[in-house]
Design a protein around this ligand. Sequence first.
Ligand code: PEP
Ligand code: MG
Length: 562
Amino acid sequence: MTQIHGVGIGLGVAQGPVARMAAPLPAPTDEPSTIGAEAETARVREAVAAVARELEARGEQAGGTAQDVLEAQAMMAEDPALDDEITERLGRGVTAEWAVYDAFASFRDLLTAAGGYLGERAADLDDVAQRVIARLRGVPAPGVPDPGHPFVLVAPDLAPADTALLDLGQVLALVTSDGGPTSHTAILARQKGIVAIVGAADAAELRDGDIVIVDAAAGVVTTDPSAEELDRAQRRAADRAAAASAPITPGALADGTTIPLLANLGNAEGATEAVELGAEGVGLFRTEFLFLSSAHAPTVAQQRESYEKLLAAFRGKKVVVRALDAGADKPLAFLNDAHEENPALGLRGLRALRANEDILREQLTALAEADAAVSAAGKSADLWVMAPMVSTVEETRYFVDMAREYGIRTAGVMVEVPSSALLADRVLRHADFASIGTNDLTQYTMAADRLLGSVAGFQDPWHPAVLRLVAEVGAAGRAVGKPVGICGEAAADPLLAVVLVGLGATSLSMAPTALADVRASLLLYGLDDAQRIAEAALAADDAASARDAARAAAASTQKETQ
Ligand code: PEP
Ligand code: MG
């Protein structure tokens, strides 16, 4: 048995034989064209249009987020700037294949150099190039294999066009050697609830037919597993299926302590599914997605429309909207134009908003107007607004005071930086609530860039140093009677969710697909149990021992109650 490590998406576990994605097409050579520039141009035009139409058709078939991604790819194929680049190369007398290959490669370099969200779109562009070149050569585009039985798909990375139409009856799990947690493979796998591990560099060693266990919760692919391991994985998969079909009840511990279970959303369109999966409100609305694809900030009216949709979908429920969190992993050209050596430590989150205060004021205006409009229509939700990346008490006051100026009733801060966690008692004198972003809190506590594969091992919210900081915030919240939510990925880990509640979290927010597992897990323990399990984790030396200690404490709690 050997283990391959990567970043798990979701909590699923699956097993089966590997089938590898076909290798990409060999790169064209820059030999001169034998048919002339005009004929080559006609070939490119036909191929680009055919690929764009095919991507759109696939999008229509897939629907949802996948459709947006595929339509964006179709637009990439027909991008006029790219067309100019191709035409310029054809003018030099090369073949259509080479012109497409070389022009796309130059665009790819630009995206990769931009890094962050744009950098992760490079794989989308590569896929479009491969499809156009395959069309020019008259060969099928490289894609998902079809071995004739269910399989674990292993690939360097998956193009959105492939992920969108995966036959979920055949694909048991996905393992990619490239890509991070914000790649499209990860986003779409999360959306479709596919068991997936991304960024597992050693996955390149897996061979067709190898039997593997893919454990997304642990981020581990086990090759050559024993019968006992296969059995255990099977039982876990069955438990998950049972949790998914259990009745949807409000989040609560076994002793009746209520722990509202909320959704993390990036757009209002995700609301219906979140409600169906039992979200009791929204714990984190990431407003960046409204801003990411435009060259300038959306207008107040555009923002208001989106916030109104969101608030109306959660009528009578709590909706926590986060002010724009630009910078580092989510760079925005119009906000983060300064070149910074360490953007994660730079002008990001509330700092960037403060430096561009009109954007913050416009966002608060849009939120207040949306709140008033839905209330007037009798569909009011309970709007809470919070600032990202707050690192001082003074910043807390700045944000809360400004939110009040706009009539926002409940204004809080995200605790994502150790300084805010350590001073949580003072932060909470001013803020109405705190919401702990464990993704960034882990990054800053462990000094490990959350986007960097080489330090991914440090990015583990189970680390007792992170848990101690959560405990500080929990204790401060309890002392002043103010809510402390969790909205980082940690809340979606069923056992860690229990630990976080034991440390004082009063609500948990996560990707809606994780709600069922967390709901089922909370129901196994009372508050005393959760505190005991949390104590065990806190007393460990490192993340792995904290996880083991919590598992052992949880198992003994369950034995006692049997
Ligand atoms: C976090 O940092 O945990 C968080 C929820 O914010 P984001 O992942 O959007 O940075
Ligand atoms: Mg964050």
